[in-house]
Design a protein around this ligand. Structure first.
Ligand SMILES: C[S@@+](CC[C@H](N)C(=O)[O-])C[C@H]1O[C@@H](n2cnc3c(N)ncnc32)[C@H](O)[C@@H]1O
Length: 275
């Protein structure tokens, strides 16, 4: 277990070779990046509100979502969470969650215990309906009804390590599963991720980041009006080589294939631009 500057904890994933969170703070990341959009974009929670937690990981974003919905005691709200590989349950017990969500630690533990046996759970926690899918999100996402998700907390590992979660093709499917009011928030401000969002018809905008991260990205459903203070990022602002996005048409290619396909396309474009 690694301890962050804000007193929260994170882990290192040996296969992705990446920490689950920035060492500035797992909890700071959760509240500042993923928490602020709630108030800014959903000051009133719509009926049948559904938030998708992409990458359950250590559960910070999930617990934040649960506590926010719980405070409002809304009857028909739901959280749908996706995780490919649960963290060891022993570690889950040791995470020093902050006061606001510490009371839910046992709930998360028992949800994960059930998940280990069933790969899928669907149950109520107080008034919130919880669904968690264990497996590759690219396949599990197809199970959601179209136009059902209002808020996506998009928090996989980085594009370089986890490219299958950042392809143009996946963002297209995500849009199909989104309500016309939908908002997707992610820590990534990478030009190629913004290009993938644009090309899949999302409207990305820039938002201030935290710590060393100057910017993050929020993307809006094309039918949702932009906030008055924001301007949609345009493809013209993005360098031609960064407009080359990860492609994964069948949503089942390996990381290696997705990465090398993009590298080859970029090399081809470079040769055309600089013969
Ligand atoms: C940065 S961590 C998420 C941290 C988490 N949101 C939190 O609040 O603690 C990224 C998570 O995405 C998961 N992930 C990566 N690829 C995935 C996939 N294809 N399907 C589902 N989950 C995936 C990883 O297993 C990892 O737990």
């Amino acid at each position: 277990m690694l301890y962050c500057d804000d007193g929260s904890a994170t882990l290192f994933h040996p296969d992705y070779r990446e920490n689950y969170h920035n060492l500035t703070g797992a909890w700071v990341e959760s509240t500042e990046i993923y928490g602020k959009v709630w108030n800014d974009f959903f000051p009133e929670i719509p009926v049948d509100f559904c938030v998708a937690d992409v990458g359950l990981g250590l559960g910070y974003n999930f617990l934040l979502a649960l506590s926010l919905l719980d405070k409002k005691s809304l009857k028909n709200s739901s959280i749908v969470s996706f995780e490919q590989e649960l963290i060891p349950l022993d570690n889950l017990k040791k995470i020093p969650y902050p006061g606001e969500v510490a009371g839910y630690q046992d709930t998360l533990f028992s949800l994960c215990q059930n998940l280990e046996e069933q790969n899928f759970i669907n149950q109520k926690v107080n008034s919130t309906n919880i669904t968690i899918y264990l497996g590759d999100l690219r396949q599990k996402l197809k199970l959601l009804p179209d136009r059902s998700v209002f808020l996506w907390l998009w928090d996989p590992f980085s594009p370089a390590k986890n490219p299958e979660m950042w392809s143009l093709d996946l963002f297209r499917l995500v849009l199909q599963k989104s309500s016309t009011q939908a908002v997707l928030v992610t820590y990534s401000a990478a030009a190629q991720i913004r290009a993938a969002l644009l090309r899949s018809k999302w409207h990305p905008i820039t938002r201030p980041g935290i710590g060393k991260k100057k910017e993050i990205t929020v993307a809006l459903h094309p039918q949702r009006p932009l906030p008055t203070s924001s301007q949609k990022i345009s493809l013209d602002e993005i360098e031609p080589q960064d407009r080359v996005t990860f492609r994964d048409r069948k949503l089942r290619d390996t990381r290696e294939i997705i990465l090398s396909r993009r590298l080859q396309t970029r090399a081809r474009i470079r040769r055309i631009l600089h013969p």
